[in-house]
Write a new protein. Sequence first.
Lengths: 655, 149
Amino acid sequence: MTAEIGHFALILALLLSCLQASVPMWGAHRGDSALIGFGRTAAQLQALLIAVSFVALANSFVAGDFSVALVAGHSNATQPGIYRFAATWGNHEGSMLLWVLILAVFGAGLARFPGNIREALLARTLAVQGMIGAAFIAFLLFTSNPFERLSPAPFDGRELNPLLQDPGLVLHPPLLYLGYVGFSVAFSFAAAALIEGRVDAAWARWVRPWILAAWVCLTAGIALGSFWAYYELGWGGWWFWDPVENASLMPWLMGTALLHSALVLERRGALVSWTILLAVLTFSMSLIGTFLVRSGILTSVHAFAVDPERGVFILALIIGATGGALGLFAWRAPAMKSGALFGSVSRETGLSLNNLFLMAATAVVFLGTFYPVIMEAVNGDKISVGPPYYNLTFAPVMIPLLLLVTIGPVLQWKRDSLRSVFGKVRWPAIVALGTGVAAIVFLGGKSVLAGIGFALAVWLIVGAFIVPWRRRHLLRTTPMSVVGMVIAHAGLGVMTAGVTAMSGFETSKVLVMRPGDTATLRDARFTLSAVDAVRGPNYEAQRAQFSVRQGNTIRDLTSERRFYPNSQNQTTEAGIGGGILGNVYVAIGAPDPGGVGITVRIYHHPLVGWIWGGALLMALGGIASLSDRRFRIGVGASARPLAPTMPGAFGVPAE
Amino acid sequence: MNRFLLATLLAIAVPAHAVLPSEQLADPALEARAREISKELRCVVCQNQSIDDSDAPLAADLRVIVREQLRLGKTDAQAKEYLVTRYGSYVLLRPPFRYDTWLLWLGPFAVLLAGAGLVIAWLRARRGVAETPALTPQEQARLDALTKD
């Protein structure tokens, strides 16, 4: 019965979203405030309906209603309760329902807390949001219905993929989707502004919190996914350039560019068309990411859906949404040229260059992901594009970008001189160069790349504090947006240090050990103390206990090899000893064919925690920036005196 | 029970991930080279894994082949070539630079150059105006309003 309630709520949501897509748009056109107001009601009601639908599905999963096909396919009575619940989105249909739920929640949030957004703009934005909702709910109902029943119902279900039975599944997909789908708000805002033919600084100020919120979630989601892969896949990699990872990285790179270009629009009323275009493209990247994952066009470790019908539907969605928005753009954008000017050395130029490098970085990921597919379609040749390609092409694009990150915030808006900039960044530059040279000298001549990496890290971390240092007498009044920038840019530096250390100085050993044996890796001595068989709720495992001695500290690490009899799957649980300067990581493999020992892999991962720490700092920076009071107090009040077509040339403080 | 469990685990005998101790070469320099080469070769039956990371039996075979080639005194390039002649360039995780892959390799830099060209052209076109920022009518009106009282 619950499944039918969910199904019914979803159908109602589809009908309602069609109304939401049309009525407020018509109302905004006619200037009818009753029709305009309907958008807000519809958006909230729609979130409620989809929430009902989602709760119904989650309930079927938790209760173990195996007459629902989806539950029977991805849940098993022996699965721990939390994974029976999280299995709701650990499959194609359920995760698309989560996608739609988050889309609706964003729409409802916008309707509930509109701030001082112009009524007509809000109505149009909600209407566009309704169109996306209608398309995706239709996708769910017609190609991936989560509520289909099985008859006769099986006695028990097939188990969720054991790799997914992990705390990571509880948080990673929802966070990632909050990021992906959050960019839909920017898309809808952009489309609405194009329909109105009016974009100004106030527009940027309304949309920026939504971009920031989406970006924060996406950053945290990607970091969490990377950490999950690190401890679960059992060989200590943290990024694999897997197409599914790339699918989340592309919207992140574009979203980062959007975040910065919207800043220029908000403060200076410049880069109007570009920001709109970027808002459209960022969400298109999210859609392409969804397509990559959901269509199974690129089979990879993550992809668990292979069905061409769905792929074609999403492809049509992408073409419809992106094509429609780009068409609108081509039609309306030429009329929206902004009059805001800036010199060739200015913060505006710095942020334009930021966008340029981020676009090139996106191009690297895009080409690397799609080139093999396109080539196979064109001439039937199969090639592989793996980590070596990305390492060679991504770094040359990122290094200038990282150099720019410290320079950008010290540039003046409108016009600046190179001389004054060099004066401001002198000390961070000297410290960074010193670090780089020291690193090369101490680590040996082979490590020129590592020297560059560490120099960049120091440049970013020290450089992030130039702005607060220069206003140290006014430190108490530092706006939260500046605090956010400092934390995020320093976080990028922390991450750079981690990536550099991991790419150059990771060490590992593979050997056969018997209980009592000891192995040494760098300063750590690993002793295998015991090997036992243990039984978990839905798995059997071989557990090896190690005692690891580093200096005077001794730690006990446990690594398991789990076997899930229901699905005949096997997973590895690594034993990880975390530390500021690096982790020790141990994973066991198969018993040695020839003897009584087991295969053991031990690793030392220098500064690996800095990678996720840095990413979390970036997300924290975003949160700090989100709390800036500028977003809460009346931009409307200061922008209202402007003539309607005048992008905020004044009235908006040019900091 | 425990003995039964261990027996089950042994019976499954799925090889563990990545390089096995028995495959490793005695010469550490040669073994290090083999690891580096393995990272650049795709496990052709896997989904996006190098033979160094993969636990598939085929990956193990390829690792052994690479090590044999190195033991025969072949260079890194020759060892890779040996596999390319058998599996095609699909086995290379670093795609070769060819007539049909130049776009892949140069594309990002083309984007960078084209973008840089656009930014420069745009700044040039605007420089003349930017140096002498004239007041727009609205600004002028507001300035007048402000200076009146």
